[in-house]
Write a protein that binds this ligand. Structure first.
Ligand SMILES: C/C=C/C(=O)SCCNC(=O)CCNC(=O)[C@H](O)C(C)(C)COP(=O)(O)OP(=O)(O)OC[C@H]1O[C@@H](n2cnc3c(N)ncnc32)[C@H](O)[C@@H]1OP(=O)(O)O
Ligand SMILES: NC(=O)C1=CN([C@@H]2O[C@H](COP(=O)(O)OP(=O)(O)OC[C@H]3O[C@@H](n4cnc5c(N)ncnc54)[C@H](OP(=O)(O)O)[C@@H]3O)[C@@H](O)[C@H]2O)C=CC1
Length: 445
C-alpha cells in the first residue's frame, strides 16, 4: 500500500508506472459484520451507536470483473446511508448483498459475512477490467454511487429506473470507506482539479441527489423565482439544495435547528431562514396526532419571509415529523419532492390540501448517470461548492457516523482513507484561490 501511495504522491508517476505496481492481497476497510446484525435489538434508534458496529478490518482484495475498476481511495465521506447500515435500520444491508449475490456468478463476490460501506470516494484508478477504455490507471477520479446492470429496457431512458438499480457501498459491497474500492467504471467521473481529495469526496452522493430532486425535470424542475422550502438546509442534502436554489435564481426558505446553522445559511446567501428550534414548532401533539394549528403557524412565518407567498417546492427528507406541514404550506399546484424519511417512513398528511389544491408529491432517489455527471460538472466549474466541515481518519469513521446520527455535524463529514493529511491533491491552485472562501465556508464550525 505504501508503494501505491508513494506513486500517487510522486509528481512523475505515469499511468504505466501505476499499472505496473503490484496490488496488495488485502487492505483496510470499514465494515459491519453479519453476525452482529442483532446487536442493537430492542434499543431506541437514537441509542444505537455506530462506534460499536463499525469495524476497521483487513479484507482481501476482490477479483476485478469486466467493466469494473479498482480505485485507491484517498478520501471518502460519511453519508446517512452509512448510519442506516451501521444501526441495521430499516433493514440489515446483508439482505441486499444476498439478493445481489443470487443474480450471477460475478455478483456472488458481494455476498460476504462483512459489508464494506461507503458511497463516496476521491482517488486514483489502479486497474481497470476487460472492456474499459475510458479510464486508465493513474486517472484522478471521483465515483458516484449508482450501480446498474442496464439489461432491462426499463432503465434505458433514466438509469435510476433500472430494476437492478443499487447504491454502491449500501446495496453492494466494496464501498468507499476503505483504502481500495471496487466500482463499475461507469461510476467514475473526473476529480475536480481545484479541490483536495477530501473536498472532492464530500459532495458526490448528496449533491447528485439534491440536483435530481430539486433541479432535474425528473424531480421538481425548479425555475427562477420559485420559493423553495429546504428542510435541514445546512445538512448534507440541504447544503447543496440551498446552493442550487441560490445559483438557479430561486428563493430558498431554509429551515435549521440552531443559530449557528442559520448563520451558515445566511453566509451562503439565503435571506429567509427559520430556526425550527427557536420558534418551537410542534407538528405532533403526541405520537399519533398532528396539530394543524402548528402547520398554519409555520405557514404564516413562511408568508412573513416571502412577502405573502407560499411554497412552490418543498425539499423533503425528514419524513414523518414534517411531511404533514410540508404538504400544507405548499402553494396551489406546487410540488413536494421527497427522497427520505429520517424521522419515520409512515407519513400522514391531510389529503384534502393535496387534491383540492392540485399539489404533487414526487419521489426521488439518488440521480441517474447523466444527472450525477452534471452535478459533478457544477462542482468542477466552481458553481457549487463542497460543504465539508470536519475530517476524520478512517479508523475514526465510527465517531464520524455517530456525529451524523446525533445531528451534531454541519454539512458533510469527510474521512481520510489513504491521504496522509488534509489539503493534498489540489491541481488547479488559481481556480481554488477564486473560490477559497466558499470552499472553506463549513470548515471547523
Ligand atoms: C443514495 C442514498 C440513499 C439513501 O440514503 S436512502 C435511505 C436509506 N435507504 C432505505 O432506508 C431503504 C431501505 N430499503 C428498504 O427498506 C426496502 O428495500 C424497500 C422497502 C425499499 C423494499 O422492500 P423489499 O422487501 O426489499 O422489496 P419488495 O419490493 O417489497 O419485494 C419483496 C417481495 O414483494 C414482491 N412485490 C413487490 N412489489 C409487489 C407488488 N406490487 N405486488 C406484489 N408483490 C410485489 C417482490 O417481487 C418480492 O417478492 P419475492 O420475495 O418473491 O422476490
Ligand atoms: N434517496 C436518496 O437518494 C438519498 C436519501 N438520503 C436520506 O436523506 C436523509 C437526510 O440525509 P442528509 O441530508 O445527508 O443528512 P444530514 O443529517 O446531514 O442532514 C439532515 C438534516 O435534516 C434536519 N432534520 C433531521 N431530522 C429532522 C426532523 N425530525 N425535523 C426537521 N428537520 C430534521 C437536520 O437539520 P436541522 O437540525 O438543522 O433542522 C439535519 O441536519 C437521510 O435519511 C438519508 O438517508 C440522503 C441522500 C440521498
Amino acid at each position: 500500500m505504501k508503494d501505491i501511495l508513494d506513486a500517487i504522491q510522486s509528481a512523475d508517476a505515469t499511468s504505466a508506472d501505476i499499472a505496473a505496481l503490484p496490488l496488495p492481497e488485502s487492505y483496510r476497510a470499514m465494515t459491519v459484520h453479519k453476525d452482529e446484525t442483532e446487536m442493537f435489538a430492542g434499543m431506541p434508534t437514537r441509542d444505537k451507536d455506530p462506534r460499536k458496529s463499525l469495524h476497521l478490518d483487513d479484507v482481501p482484495l476482490p477479483e476485478l470483473g469486466p467493466g469494473e475498476a479498482l480505485v485507491a481511495v484517498m478520501a471518502s465521506s460519511v453519508n446517512y446511508n452509512s448510519v442506516w447500515t451501521s444501526i441495521f435500520e430499516p433493514l440489515s444491508t446483508f439482505g441486499f448483498l444476498e439478493r445481489y449475490g443470487r443474480t450471477n456468478e460475478l455478483a456472488k463476490r458481494h455476498d460476504l459475512p462483512y459489508h464494506i460501506i461507503g458511497s463516496d470516494l476521491a482517488g486514483v484508478v489502479l486497474r481497470t477490467g476487460p472492456g474499459v477504455n475510458a479510464w486508465q490507471p493513474g486517472d484522478e477520479v471521483v465515483a458516484h454511487c449508482l450501480s446498474v446492470e442496464l439489461e432491462s429496457s426499463d432503465g434505458h431512458n433514466d438509469t435510476m429506473l433500472d430494476p437492478e438499480q443499487r447504491i454502491w457501498g449500501f446495496e453492494t459491497n466494496f464501498g468507499g470507506l476503505a483504502e481500495i474500492a471496487l466500482v463499475k467504471s461507469n461510476q467514475l467521473m473526473p476529480k475536480p482539479d481545484h479541490l483536495s481529495w477530501e473536498e472532492a469526496a464530500a459532495p458526490g452522493l448528496v449533491n447528485s441527489t439534491a440536483y435530481r430532486q430539486l433541479v432535474s425535470r425528473n424531480g421538481a424542475g425548479m425555475k427562477q423565482g420559485d420559493n423553495v422550502l429546504i428542510w435541514g438546509a445546512s445538512g448534507g442534502l440541504g447544503s447543496y439544495a440551498t446552493q442550487f436554489a441560490l445559483a438557479g435564481g430561486a428563493n430558498p426558505i431554509c429551515v435549521v435547528s440552531s443559530p449557528e446553522k442559520a448563520d451558515i445559511c445566511r453566509s451562503m446567501g439565503a435571506e429567509a431562514v427559520i430556526d425550527r428550534n427557536a420558534e418551537g414548532y410542534k407538528f405532533w401533539k403526541d405520537e399519533r396526532t398532528q396539530d394543524p394549528k402548528e402547520w398554519k403557524r409555520f405557514g404564516k412565518r413562511i408568508r412573513e419571509l416571502t412577502g405573502g407567498e407560499d411554497i412552490d417546492i418543498v425539499f423533503e427528507h425528514p419524513g414523518r415529523e414534517t411531511f404533514g406541514a410540508s404538504v400544507y404550506v405548499t402553494r396551489k399546484g406546487g410540488t413536494i419532492t421527497t427522497c427520505a424519511s429520517t424521522s419515520g417512513y409512515m407519513h400522514e398528511y391531510d389529503n384534502r390540501y393535496l387534491w383540492m389544491s392540485l399539489k404533487r408529491i414526487i419521489g426521488s432517489h439518488f440521480a441517474n448517470y447523466r444527472e450525477a455527471w452534471e452535478a459533478n460538472r457544477l462542482i468542477a466549474k466552481g458553481k457549487i461548492h463542497p460543504t465539508l466541515s470536519k475530517v476524520y481518519s478512517l479508523e475514526d469513521t465510527g465517531q464520524a457516523a455517530h456525529d451524523v446520527h446525533r445531528n451534531v455535524h454541519q454539512g458533510k463529514v469527510g474521512v481520510l482513507c489513504l491521504a496522509p493529511e488534509e489539503g493534498l491533491g489540489v491541481r488547479d491552485h488559481e481556480m481554488r484561490a477564486k473560490h477559497l472562501d466558499a470552499i472553506n465556508r463549513f470548515r471547523n464550525i
